[in-house]
Ligand binder design. Structure first.
Ligand SMILES: [Zn+2]
Length: 208
């Protein structure tokens, strides 16, 4: 089955809901924050069909960027963290991109998981499943530039509206953060401020 060109945001949220990657309810984080929604994006990528629809859609958006399409297939797909690896592999497949890498945060610093020499990494497209603050994308862009590689594109499945829609590059044009869905996240710092607590909704404690 050929997925539709680029699904609308509602359709994307429908997929996330159906697969359990997006849930509504009353969630409490270890930080003590309360929220009425919970994303666990790998749940949408556990199924071949939904992973493919999402990855093909994101790759189509990326292809519309001239910097990306003109560099294919000699590009690298880079995930900021292990969480983005399923997205990175699926997008790499859809774009027939040459390379894939992923980073990890270790001792407060983001670094490549693989040993790589400067100059080995193709012009980079950074992809992730979800961007909540934009920090991971920004740190990864910095890491890529330190390797002497250009960032030519960036895309995520879901971008919180609180997360910037572009990555600033010190000596170049900002890179737009493409997304399949934008989401208005709600957070309450305390139970007292939480609308779900006021309704008396049962709490579910989540790990992250
Ligand atoms: Zn609450």
């Amino acid at each position: 089955m050929m997925p539709r060109l680029i699904p609308e945001q509602d359709e994307v949220m429908g997929i996330l809901k159906r697969t359990g990657a997006y849930r509504e309810g009353h969630f409490v984080y270890p930080s003590g924050q309360h929220t009425p929604h919970y994303f666990q994006m790998p749940l949408a990528f556990r199924y071949y069909d939904t992973a493919r629809v999402l990855a093909v859609a994101l790759s189509r958006k990326l292809r519309l960027e001239k910097d990306v399409s003109s560099a294919l297939p000699k590009i690298s797909i880079i995930s900021p963290s292990p969480g983005g690896i399923p997205v990175a592999f699926a997008v790499r497949e859809a774009l027939s991109a040459d390379q894939i890498y992923w980073a990890e945060r270790e001792d407060g610093q983001r670094m490549f998981r693989q040993y790589v020499n400067a100059g080995e990494v193709n012009p980079a497209v950074i992809v992730d499943d979800i961007s909540r603050t934009g920090e991971a994308l920004k740190e990864t862009a910095t890491l890529v530039r330190e390797m002497g590689t250009r960032v030519i594109g960036c895309g995520v499945i879901v971008r919180f509206n609180s997360s910037p829609d572009r990555i600033e590059i010190p000596d170049g044009d900002p890179i737009p953060v493409l997304s399949l869905a934008n989401f208005d996240a709600k957070w309450y710092d305390t139970a007292d401020a939480c609308a779900e607590c006021k309704k008396g909704a049962a709490e579910e404690h989540v790990r992250f």
